[in-house]
Design a protein around this ligand. Sequence first.
Ligand SMILES: O=C(O)CCC(=O)C(=O)O
Length: 330
Amino acid sequence: MVDKLAGANLSEADLRHFETEGYLIVRGLFAADEVEALRRNFAEMHAQRSIPGCFEALPIEEARRQGSILKAYPRMMHPHRVNRLSMDYMLDPRVMDILAALLGEEPIAAQSMFYWKPPGAEGQALHQDNFYLKVEPGTCIAAWTAIDDADEENGGLFVVPKSQHEPIQCPHQADPSQSFTVDEVDVPEGLTPMPTTLKAGDVLFFNGSVIHGSYPNRSKDRFRRAFICHYAGESAEKIGNGTRRSITGRAKSSNGRTMREAGRAAPNSPQPGRTESTYGLPVSPFRRMPRKRGDFQIPSFSCFVIDERDKHISKVYGLLNLSGKRQGLT
Ligand SMILES: O=C(O)CCC(=O)C(=O)O
């Protein structure tokens, strides 16, 4: 356990807000010159047009021809793996201290992303991050840093307060004219999506079960850039398809914490198409099912965990079909 408020510059009321509402906005965590450095940094990366494993951008005219400006400004995945500044901001002690307070333990960085969201771009339909990150036990926390002022007009983020207590839903098909991703979840009865209004440099933290998303950027000329990182507590046994063994030491922050990155595939976990793990244990057949739309079941809750003997075991928590019904438990 860490002392919840040590170093985080949060109040007891902030912690209570995060616990009861599922999110917390920290105003002005990053100064204008820091945000400007991030803007410049990502503009330089984007000017390269392609960084394997991170992004590949089409020329603007071709993106328009294909019907989505986002194809010229795709989200960048895991920029921290190829870019020092991204790593520095993902592990920034101000962010890590707040996460430690919110999690009640040391954070582990799981992934980073950069969103451009130019005028006219689609949004990202409502979803829950832990459906994808699969952190267990517990959940992940997102730190969503506004790189531009973000509001309803330019496609700022919506959160559904109090949805952190909701189960993880099986998504249905999103409207492709509104969302660049295909998944969408429902807003539970009695809860309401709330728009957030952020200034560049503000950071929105939210629980991995919180339903959130965004709508298209309806502005004429305002990009809505965001640097988004996801974290888990260090007691997590599983993140994505990785297990403890894939959580490797990566960096030390200026406050002396050992930071770890958990985003890569576990060296010991089975790769697609393989039928057994490196321990020779059988891989759940569900893992090898293609994830397809239609009447297909998706293996969203099948995963690998570590038992007390530190061996991988396959454990199927339950299959969900696309109407969101549980198909069975083993
Ligand atoms: O920034 C957005 O529009 C959506 C980002 C998001 O939902 C996420 O990172 O999980």
